[in-house]
Design a protein around this ligand. Sequence first.
Ligand code: FMN
Length: 361
Amino acid sequence: MTHDLNSILNTESFQALAKERLSQMAFDYYRSGAWGEWTLQANIDAWKKIRLLPRSLVDVSHRNLAIDLLGMNMSCPLLIAPTAMQCMADPEGEVATARAAAKAGVPMVLSSLSTRSVEDVVNASSADVVMQIYISSDRGFTKALAQRAQAAGCKALMVTVDTPVWGVRERDIHNGFRVPDGMSIVNLQRPGQPTGHSGSGIGAALGWTIDASLTWKDLDVIRQSVQIPMMVKGILRADDAGRAFDQGAAAVVVSNHGGRQLDGAAPTAEALPAIVRAVADRGPIIVDGGIRRGVDIVRALAMGASAVQVGRPILWGLAAGGEAGVDRVLNILAQEFDLAMALSGCANVKSITSDLICQQA
Ligand SMILES: Cc1cc2nc3c(=O)[nH]c(=O)nc-3n(C[C@H](O)[C@H](O)[C@H](O)COP(=O)(O)O)c2cc1C
């Protein structure tokens, strides 16, 4: 049954529609968090606790939502977060998402666990593509992948640092999750490497793609292999944000992996303020986890973030309507953000400042 996507008014409704379209295994893989899923839910709830004090009688008749982030011109302060295996949601997978990103004028961060190659995704549209990287126990492979992403035309790399080991998602174990037949993790293929795998989302076959012995100095492998900027994703502490900039990061991403790694980790809205206090003068701070409404973008920016990333809502759009579904999700978020700015008395992104937040007694 085809749906009039314009009749879907918010990202929550897209999740309900995606549930109807996806297999139980794929839906659970996308929606799950680790263990008891406390952090997954807390991410969403924490934004709701940030209360705004809108300014009155400001001329908001002309509004400008655009920002520049590391040389990328963005129509609004939103990036598509890296999420694995998008071909489970739509046959075109990450290529469809990239095309929608181009139309919306926002960057797409491509997961290194994608089911379409980085070259296919970059060549599919004019979108700015950022490549997400895990530093593997095979450092030569990681270096080659970083260089391959740069050669393909990626605008930056985003190194994920919250995965010394994979978090455990009980729904995936229960479902016996495996990569569906006919799909593979194309960017991570090595000769003789099996591509189908099962267990907690990733399993033993891709164990080599991460490395529990990683430390800060290992970021040098990436930074020294490419000229494009490096962002560091998965930061929840002010001291770690400082270390990331010390190691040459051009931006940090405050993230708990959408609640898929350490269950019990602080929701990102709670971790953000200390990081802003410590490193706001050193470079852009991006935040993700639980952003579901345009007003959440106003909240994040008022707290000092430069931009947000959105993960699951994009997957729900892709599952519900392919490229057109992602178009609609991005459109909803941008429209809500535009209206939330107007209602807050902000004509441009710079005017979204900390005084908009109600400091509760
Ligand atoms: C299904 C799924 C797959 C993900 N895959 C990756 C990945 O490959 N690399 C990565 O750095 N983060 C990955 N993430 C985390 C997202 O980049 C992001 O941090 C998170 O989804 C943001 O939270 P949200 O889904 O509440 O917006 C994944 C998240 C989901 C839901």
